[in-house]
Design a protein around this ligand. Sequence first.
Ligand code: 5RP
Length: 223
Amino acid sequence: MTQDELKALVGQAALHYVVPGEIVGVGTGSTVNKFIEALARMKDQIKGAVSSSEATTQRLKALGIPVFDCNEVGELSVYIDGADEIDAQGHMVKGGGAALTREKIVAAQSRQFVCIADESKLVKTLGAFPLPVEVIPMATARVMRQFGAMGGLAQIRQKDGHPLVTDNGQLIVDVTGLHIADPLAFETQVSQWPGVVTVGVFAHQKAHVCLLGTASGVKTLTF
Ligand code: 5RP
């Protein structure tokens, strides 16, 4: 099975967690795009969605799924999103699509986080994927030095030859060379650095369930 087929498989499997008549939290990325395609086929059975990025909002609206603002709705029963890495406890690295801040907000507003991923995303220890961190522009040099002092190598993410600007008007710093042995402590620490908007470690908002696409089908991990 190709990676694309594995993504479609878990995108379809995630429909099982969508509660009819309710609003569902929707993440961002190529795996979530498969989920959105599947969700569109049952759009008449849900009230709508809360989106984690402008890209997802556009996609949902184009398929006729109503999109609600976080502030208009209360707690969501479920948030469906992908990950760049997930460990055996459900801690994740996210933000490969630069949407980590809104993703963490919608995850925090949801009772259950269902992560959908192909099996290449399952890791023993977080850190091999460059860690995305959303940073206020005036703080980037200092934040990058702080990661340097931790043994990491930080770079400002570029797009089309310019620094990528997030949906929130901020920058993304990607950090390689980290070995995140204690995701909860790491997230707590980095979140306190002045100028850091969001760190892409999701330990406080970890997954409750992971639908992992494997060659032999969907494997359900619960944490
Ligand atoms: C976007 C994310 C995505 O969930 C993550 O990058 C995985 O994306 P994909 O499903 O395309 O591999 O965190 O900010």
